[in-house]
Ligand binder design. Structure first.
Ligand SMILES: [Fe+2]
Length: 159
């Protein structure tokens, strides 16, 4: 498997999009577990591995990254709430659909404009190094969402 960071993250997006499509068509709550697991691993490796390094190599990326980190934060909050719910609960489907809408918007922004800008600005070698680091991070990534403790999620990235 390629360890190019952008290739890895796009593959993560594809898997998450597949699970979102499946839920929207079938409304099968059994999809939520795999969806939250894929989302948790993806947000962890991107936030810990990709964003901080890209901000060093390509400082112009920082304003976009600040917005993406806030989107991840909202996804963590909704994801943790959803993880604690039972499928029969009244707000389960509404929360799942809102989370999926936010995640889809986030992935669209990265796929359509941010990844191409990063690809143009950051060298292949650096992207492979980031990808290798994200592979390591994936092995120790949390497997389900946790309620975020930070009120200012950017501080955790910048630390
Ligand atoms: Fe992301």
């Amino acid at each position: 498997m390629s360890t190019d960071a952008i290739v890895m993250l796009r593959e993560g997006h594809k898997e998450i999009r597949r699970l979102i499509r499946s839920y929207r068509v079938e409304r099968n709550p059994e999809v939520i577990g795999p969806f939250l697991r894929a989302l948790t691993v993806y947000t962890y490796i991107e936030r810990e591995g990709m964003y901080p390094r890209v901000c060093v190599l390509f400082p112009d990326a920082e304003p976009d990254v600040l917005g993406f980190v806030e989107e991840h934060h909202i996804a963590d909050v909704l994801g943790a709430e959803l993880y604690d719910m039972r499928p029969g609960e009244v707000a389960f489907d509404a929360k799942a659909r809102l989370l999926m809408d936010i995640v889809e918007r986030h992935m669209d922004a990265e796929d359509r404009s941010w990844f191409p800008r990063v690809r143009a600005a950051v060298g292949r070698k650096e992207l492979r190094e980031i990808g290798a680091w994200m592979t390591t991070l994936a092995e120790r990534a949390p497997q389900h969402p946790h309620r975020p403790s930070a009120q200012t999620p950017w501080d955790a990235v910048a630390a």
